[in-house]
Each structure stands twice: as C-alpha cells, then as structure tokens.
Design a binder for this molecule. Structure first.
Ligand code: UGA
Length: 460
C-alpha cells in the first residue's frame, strides 16, 4: 500500500520504517528540512537502537523515501499517518496547531478516497476536528478519518512497533477499517492482537495508558517514602505486589520518577481534557506532584549525606530520561542536576549517549568522557539513569579516584552488597542504606533516620 507519514520524530520515523519493513511503500515528510536532508542520507536524527540500520535497509530496498515537499508525499498516498508533535501549552493542554496544519495540507494535496490516520497522541475529540478541517478546506473532498495510537517506548521503539502487544484502531467506516486491516495484515497474520473500536475510545485509550503507567510509578515513589520511614524495602514490596497478576511488577520501580516527552505531558493533557469536559480528576495532578517530589527527595538525601552542598563535587551517572536513548526532555536526572547546581554543588555528568543533548539543555553541567573521569575527586557518586553498563562498573577503581566513598543510587539499580564490599556507603531510594563495615553500623542507623527529609526540606 502507498503510505505517507507526516512528521519524522520518534513516532513518525519508527512508524515509517516499521510500515516499510511490513512491505508497504512509505514516503515521510516533515516541515523541518534539515531533518529530511539527514534522513535522505540515511542518517537518523536521534539515537534509537537498530533504527538507523533498518532505515538504510528499507531505503535501499526502495520501500522508504523522504521529501521536504508535502505535496510529493501526499499526492499518491492511499493512507496518510499524522505523526506530528502535540506539545503541552503553558496550561497543560495539548497544542494541536501542527495537527490542524497537517489536515490543511492533506486537504490541499491528497487524492479523493484517502484514509487519514492520527497516530500522534491527542485528546479525545481531535479526529472530529481533523474531519471538520478536511471538509472545510476542500469542498467535495472524500476521505475517512481513523485513530491508531502508538504504544512504542523510546529505546525499544522498533521492536514495539513490529512486535506490538496490541494494535488499536479507531474506525467509523468500512473503508477505514479495510485499509487499517490491510496495513497491519502482516502483523495480525503473525498473531498480533488488533482491537477495533470507535475513534474517541482509541484516542482516550492512549492517554489513559500513559497516565496509568505514570500513576504506578508515582505510587511506587510515594510508597518508597513510607518504606524509608518503616525500615522496609520498596524493591521487595514491589516484587511481592507484582506477583499478583492484577497488579503486575512493571512500572513499580521507585527512584527519580518519570520524564521524557510523553508521560509528563500526556498525564496533564488528560487532566485538562477531563476538566474541559466538566470532570475534575485531581488524582492526575497528585501523580505529577509525587513525581516532582521524587527528585526533591533525592536532592535532600544527597544534601543530608554530604552536609553542605556548596563546593561539593558530585558525579552524576546517566543524564537521559531513561536508559537506551539520547533524549533528555524532562529528564529527572537533569532536574536533579539543576537542583544540586542551584544549591552550590559542582555536578559532573556522564551518559553513554546523551552528553551533548544534556550539555545543551543544562550548560552549567560539567561533562566527563566516562564514569571514572566523572568520579575523579567527587564527594558523592549519584546513579540517576540506570544504563545497563553502569552495573558493570569497576567499583574499586571508582572508589579509588573519589574524594569520599559515597554512592546515592537514585534508581535502585546497583548491587548494594557489591557497593559495600568496595568500601562505599550506599544510599538507595526507599530501601535501607548499606554501609561498608560493621563498625559503622551505628552510623548507618543514625543516618537512616536522618535521610528521611522533612516536609520543610522538601519545599526548599
Ligand atoms: C511511554 C510509554 O511506555 C509508551 O507505551 C508510549 O507509547 C510512549 O510513552 C509514548 O506515549 O510515546 P517512553 O516515554 O519511551 O514510553 O518511556 P517509558 O519506558 O514508559 O518510561 C517513562 C519514564 O518512566 C522514564 O523516565 C522511566 O525512567 C520512568 N520509569 C519507568 C520509572 O521511573 N519507573 C518505572 O518503574 C518505569
């Protein structure tokens, strides 16, 4: 099938590559001409494991091309995916200006009978607006609108697109249903679940899924505060909860909270949508508050361990919003770095992929070429984003170069026993700290009390 994809960000580019690899002929377009010229050369504008290789493969097979001209991409397409950004406005509502301008471009250039599919995450009701715009902009235009939300995660995006847990299609006409069934035929033939529903339900299901996952994370983080006070271990508590299939273990990892381009904006966009529809949903604001609190707690913990932060050198490992990506948008690691910097600390960051983006986002951050360089003369090592490779660090070598042997594991990702064996005082989130030798045990007990920040400390 001939497909056009509007927008070549994470969702658009992964969708383009995935649909091409299912055998369709895909043309991607974007208002950002620089991105398109990169893509034409077979270069991916952001890091996503396996994506660049797949992009080149599909381009050389002749199934995937890019053009800066919307008209060229849209003219022959039987189906058009809108994958443009829907960023947050200052009041938290989704800004849908790019959705509208995509609809107008489609009305100008697309052929009659086209199926217009919204894949960007949008508030329920957006497809109706797209439909109105298409009809208003071109009289007599025949088209169908559908919703097909994307559930891919950065870092495993291509896998998620090609091995989806479920494909959700919101369709309200036979033609749209047929086109989407044909598009995803290669996946449904392999047994992947296709859920057909109405458009508003499909739109809402995406916001609801992201908001619920964010809620699980905030629940785990709030519970971590209780665990700290009770002397319990959040990792073990989450493990026990997770054995109940009604709860599930995923997304109960306490730490620094969620970040990235999706959860923060989608959670509040849902709260705003509900309010606009006349329903107050304050739980969602509370999820956001608890997420901010997670970073505050980590900062307070570091301050408590180090006494004064002024002129302390802190090595921050992991800067992206999660492992496996170079994306630093709303990264909790950078939020923590910002807090430490404004309290007078020097922060030396290292990340396997996100160094350049982090430096651009937070110029006061110093950066190092590897974890050992970041740790040199540091008073504290903070694990802020749990890249796998940090689990294999030579802890003895790290301790040797550091000024103080202190680790704050803000993602509960390091092995406490290994840290203690290497001579570190180890401070996790929502779990008891572990100190290196029994003679320091009383210190451990004393500190455990002290590490629980007071409400006053949190509002600083
Ligand atoms: C998320 C959803 O997982 C995808 O299903 C969705 O398609 C995507 O948003 C989107 O709307 O486009 P993503 O933002 O790539 O995907 O990242 P996640 O893996 O969901 O992680 C989000 C954040 O939660 C990260 O900062 C991560 O570190 C944090 N997290 C995750 C926790 O703090 N604890 C956990 O237990 C899990």
């Amino acid at each position: 099938m001939k497909i056009a994809v509007m927008g070549t960000g994470h969702v658009g580019l992964v969708t383009s590559v995935a649909l091409a690899s299912l055998g369709h002929r895909v043309v991607g377009t974007d208002v950002d001409g620089e991105k398109i010229s990169l893509l034409k050369r077979g270069a991916c504008p952001f890091y996503e494991p396996g994506l660049e290789e797949a992009l080149r493969r599909e381009m050389s097979a002749g199934r995937l091309a890019f053009t800066p001209e919307e008209s060229d991409a849209l003219r022959d397409a039987e189906a058009i995916f809108i994958c443009v950004g829907t960023p947050a406005r200052s009041n938290g509502e989704a800004n849908l200006v790019a959705m509208e301008s995509s609809a107008r471009a489609i009305a100008r250039h697309a052929r009659d009978g086209v199926v217009v599919i919204e894949k960007s995450t949008v508030p329920a009701g957006t497809a109706e607006r797209v439909r109105d715009t298409l009809a208003r902009e071109r009289s007599g235009f025949t088209f169908d609108v559908a919703s097909n939300p994307e559930f891919l995660r950065e870092g495993t995006a291509l896998h998620d697109a090609l091995e989806p847990d479920r494909i959700v299609i919101g369709v309200e006409s036979g033609r749209a249903r047929d086109v989407l069934r044909r598009l995803y035929g290669p996946l449904t033939e392999r047994g992947h679940l296709l859920i057909e529903t109405d458009i508003a339900t499909a739109e809402l299901a995406k916001h609801a899924s992201n908001a619920f996952l964010a809620l699980k994370i905030s629940f785990a983080n709030a519970l971590a505060r209780v665990c700290e006070r009770a002397g319990a271990d959040i990792t073990a508590v989450a493990g026990i909860m997770g054995t109940d299939p009604r709860i599930g273990r995923a997304f109960l990892n306490a730490g620094l909270g969620y970040g990235g381009y999706c959860f923060p904006k989608d959670l509040i966009a849902l709260e705003r949508l509900a309010a606009r529809l006349g329903y107050e949903f304050p739980l969602l604001r509370e999820v956001e508050r608890l997420n901010d609190e997670a970073v505050q707690v980590a900062a307070a913990k570091i301050e408590e361990v180090l006494w004064n932060l002024e002129d302390k050198r802190i090595a921050l490992l992991g800067l992206s919003f999660k492992p496996g990506t170079d994306d630093v948008r709303l990264s909790p690691a950078l939020a923590l770095a910002g807090r430490l910097l404004s309290a007078g600390a020097r922060v030396i960051g290292f990340d396997p992929r996100a160094l350049a983006n982090a430096k651009q986002e937070l110029p006061e951050l110093e950066v190092a070429g590897d974890a050992y360089e970041a740790a040199r003369d540091a008073h504290c090592l903070v694990l802020a984003t749990e890249w796998d490779e940090f689990g294999a660090l030579d802890l003895d070598a790290l301790r040797e170069v550091m000024a103080y042997p202190i680790v704050v594991d803000a993602r509960n990702a390091l092995d406490p026993a290994r840290c203690a064996a290497a001579g570190f005082a180890y401070y996790p989130m929502g779990r008891p700290p572990v100190l290196p030798d029994p003679s320091s045990a009383s210190l451990a007990e004393g500190r455990r009390e002290a590490l629980v920040p007071t409400p006053e400390e949190l509002t600083r």
